[in-house]
Structures are given as C-alpha cells and as structure tokens.
Design a protein around this ligand. Structure first.
Ligand SMILES: [Fe+2]
Length: 477
C-alpha cells in the first residue's frame, strides 16, 4: 500500500516474480493491491513469510507531528487492514529506508567488495535520506536526514508549482528543465533550502503555492533541477567519505536520470548500482532482502506477468519497415517504471516526422523526448556516457548524442537522450531485434517508449495488447 503498490515473491536467493499493482487494476500508480495481482503472486505460494516495506506505527508519529491527524487516526491506513481482504498476514515490518537500501544493495554486484549505500526519497516514516556502509550481508547506518528536510518533497513541491501532479509527474518536470534557464536558483536557496549540509528552511509538504507567479515554468524547472543536483552532489560527497569505490543509490530520487548524469560525472565512485525500480514499488523486493539479509540472484528486471512466445523479431522489422512504428508485448513484464523492450512501443528513430507520429499516438507534451535503445557495442559511437558508466541497460542516465542530427526523434532539447544499452544478457530477444534492425538499416538504434494508453499503466497481458491495437491501429506483436 503506497503510491505505486507492488508485490514480490522470493525463494531463497531467487526472485520468482515481482509486479506493479497498477498493471493489473489499470489504475495508474495504484495505491492498493487487487485480487488479480494477489492471485498471480499466489501461483508461486503459499507464502512462508510476508514482509511489509514500512513501519506503520512509526509513520503515524510523523503524521501526528505533521498535523495529519485524520490520516494518523484512520485504521484504513493500516496495511494489515488492507491485506485482511486477501487473507494475507504480515509477519514483519521493515523500515522504509532500510527497504530501499536493501533493494539496492542485495541486488547489486558488490556482494564480495561491499559498498556505500545512499537512499534519497520524499519520505519514509520519518527518514528522507540515509547513508550506510555495507559489508557482506551487514548494512550499517551511518547518517540519516529526517522529515521535514526532504529532497523529494522539495522537488515534488516544485512539480506542483509547475502545474504537474506531485509524487507522479516529477519526470516531466525533469524534462522541462532543459528548456529553461536556472535564473531562480539563488531565490530557491534564499527562500527554502540550505545546501550543505542539506536542510529545509520551510516545510514544503503542502507545496509552495504561487511562488514567483510571473515566472516561466521552464525557468522554474531548470532552477529546481539545478538546486537538487547540487544538493545531491553534496550527499554523494558525504557518501564518498566512507571510502568505498562502489555506490548503491536508491529511493525515488534515483529515477532522476538527468541528475544521475551530473552525479556520475563527479567521478567520486568507480561503480554505481541503481536497481531499475529504485522507488517505493521496488521496496516490495527490498523489504524481503532486508528481512532475510541475503544477496538476491539478480538477472534482469523482467520479473512480471509472462506473455508466452518467441520474441517476434522478423514481424517487428516488417512493421517498422512498412509503418515505422510497432508495439511489442512479449515475455515477462518489466518491474520498474521503464519499458525496456518487453512492453514497448518501438519506432524508427530516423527522420523529422517520427516524433510527431509517436506523439500523435501517445498525446504527450511536445517538449518531452523519446528514449533510444541501442546495441551496447555501438553506444560509444553514438553517445558520450557519463564518467565511469559503461552501460545503462535500465535507462538511468542521460547522455550527450554525438552522431550529428540523424535521429531527431530521440534527442532532447539539450542534445541528450535517456539512453538504454542492450546486450545479449540484458534481453536476448530485444538484442536480436536491434541486431537485425542494424543489419537492415545500418542504424543500431530504435525509439523505445512505454506501451500504454494515455493516463493508463503499461500494457500487461495479451488482452491489453489487443485493446491497444484496436484503439490506436498500431500492431502489438
Ligand atoms: Fe521511498
């Protein structure tokens, strides 16, 4: 139960299944579980132990502090009350930021060497930032920042100020930042934030109403993006002082791929691991890992509902060649917010008309760029990846495009793209598709955006795929 509810099923070190509630209920960012997702989880059951990603009573103390008395006193806010409907009994509650930290560390490649863990989000029970050191299976908390001092709440307040939906449309604010100038940066520090050490001058949980009503929202977006990148840079510096060359970075703020580029370019760590689902929905996996204190056998984010069948490489190439665009719903659904090839709308990235063609289908704001998927072996010929980043299979960094103007549909206003590298081990079918596409056209890139109807979650099953085709007239294979 959160703003993007999820479930995960783990057996020993093996992640059997993990999925978002929204993909089953069709309610975007669904707060609650539903029978469809519970029934699918139960196909792997019965459950030996059920773990929840937050401590509800501790959260209530913060809600009292924040004056949210109605929420704090409501029994319907108790997770067990919701799970009673499904006959599920919670055995253990793990602290919110411990769940984030464990989701990151116990899926990371740092099992032997250990790591420093940084978690940053809007809010847990009280915690908004944590820094821990990790060695083998032990995580040792070193630093904590508590509510109301929150990088996530700060960013969400500005998301609201720019006319967007807070706790949901932060990624749109990030996209807007490229169109503005950070001319309000000093004003943000003056009015709201102390940068280092990070501290809020005002509690922005309830937003900042009509701050600078005369301003162009693009300039506000650029300003808050610049501010949070500076705050995060300071947190990275604090984390680096614990000496590890490996960083695990988790929490919803780790989805800010433009900031991630700036942070990687600081060069403070040799290796950075961000789980593809670093926000709260990834914590269903994290709370199990935190409870079991066990390194999970991480293979890929393709952990959700399965659509049987071979990856339809030839049929996709045919559609792309004839119609420039095609949907694919094949294999297991992505666990995380990005479509990475199994629930994707794919298009030929070349040519001036493609962006409008795809936007015509998805009705997105015109300023928003589309992401490219590229063969991993070709990425350095097309993109300048951030320092130390050798691949980005989960679309976690923006990178400068260095191959002229041949793929305008995947270029953002500032000349960057949120790039996805694809190797055979990441996703064999998608890799074969990109290889065949390159063979056919000479171009190793496809435009890759999520296969969803506007305002709806991504396509999950075959029925959703058929609905998509009938609504938009674009084939889903
Ligand atoms: Fe969180």
């Amino acid at each position: 139960m959160n703003h993007d509810a999820s479930m995960s099923v783990v057996d020993g070190r093996e992640i059997l299944w993990a999925a978002h509630s929204e993909r089953y209920s069709k309610v975007k960012n669904d707060h609650f579980l539903n029978w469809k997702i519970v029934n699918e989880a139960m196909t792997y059951g019965p459950f030996d132990k059920v773990v929840y990603y937050e401590r509800p009573w501790l959260k209530k103390t913060r809600q009292f502090y924040a004056g949210q008395f109605g929420t704090a006193l409501s029994y319907t806010e108790m997770p067990q009350w919701h799970l009673d409907h499904f006959g599920i009994k919670i055995d253990q509650y793990v602290k919110h930021h411990d769940s984030h930290a464990a989701a990151g560390y116990f899926t990371s490649p740092f099992k032997e060497e250990g790591a420093t863990i940084l978690t940053v989000d809007a809010i847990g029970e009280w915690e908004t930032v944590s820094i821990s050191t990790a060695d083998k299976v032990w995580i040792d908390r070193k630093e904590t920042i508590n509510y109301p001092h929150s990088v996530g709440i700060l960013y969400s307040a500005f998301t609201h100020r720019c006319g967007l939906k807070p706790a949901e449309e932060e990624y749109i604010l990030m996209g807007m930042a490229a169109y503005g100038k950070p001319i309000y940066k000093d004003d943000i520090y003056e009015d709201f934030v102390h940068q280092a050490p990070f501290k809020m001058k005002k509690n922005l949980h309830k937003g900042l109403s009509d701050w600078h009503p005369e301003a162009d929202v693009m300039d506000i977006a650029a300003s808050i993006q610049a501010v949070i990148e500076e705050i995060l840079a300071d947190l990275f510096l604090r984390a680096s002082k614990y000496g590890s060359k490996n960083l695990v970075y988790a929490g919803g703020v780790a989805l800010n791929c433009a900031a991630n580029r700036t942070l990687a370019n600081l060069g403070l760590f040799d290796n950075i691991w961000i789980i593809p689902n670093p926000g709260d929905s990834g914590s269903s996996l994290g709370c199990i890992a935190a409870s079991e204190k066990i390194h999970l056998n991480w293979k890929s984010p393709f952990l959700g509902h399965n659509i049987e069948g071979e990856y339809p490489v030839d049929a996709i190439i045919k559609e792309l060649t004839e119609n420039k665009m095609v949907g694919v719903a094949n294999g297991r659904a992505e666990f995380g917010p990005r479509a990475l090839g199994n629930r994707s709308l794919l298009a030929d990235p070349r040519g001036e008309d493609i962006k409008d063609l795809v936007n015509g289908i998805k009705h997105r704001q015109k300023f928003r760029p589309f992401a490219p998927a590229i063969l991993e072996e070709d990425v350095h010929n097309y993109f300048d990846l951030p320092t130390g980043v050798k691949s980005t299979p989960y679309m976690q960094y923006t990178a400068a495009y260095t191959h002229g103007k041949d793929c305008p549909a995947i270029l953002h206003h500032d000349g960057t793209s949120r790039v996805q590298t694809v190797s055979k081990t990441d996703n064999e079918g998608f890799y074969e598709l990109l290889t065949a596409w390159k063979k056919a056209t000479g171009c190793p890139i496809l435009l890759n955006t999520s296969l969803n109807i506007k305002g709806m979650p991504m396509v999950n099953d075959t029925k959703d795929g058929k609905l998509w085709t009938s609504k938009y007239g674009v084939k889903v294979l």
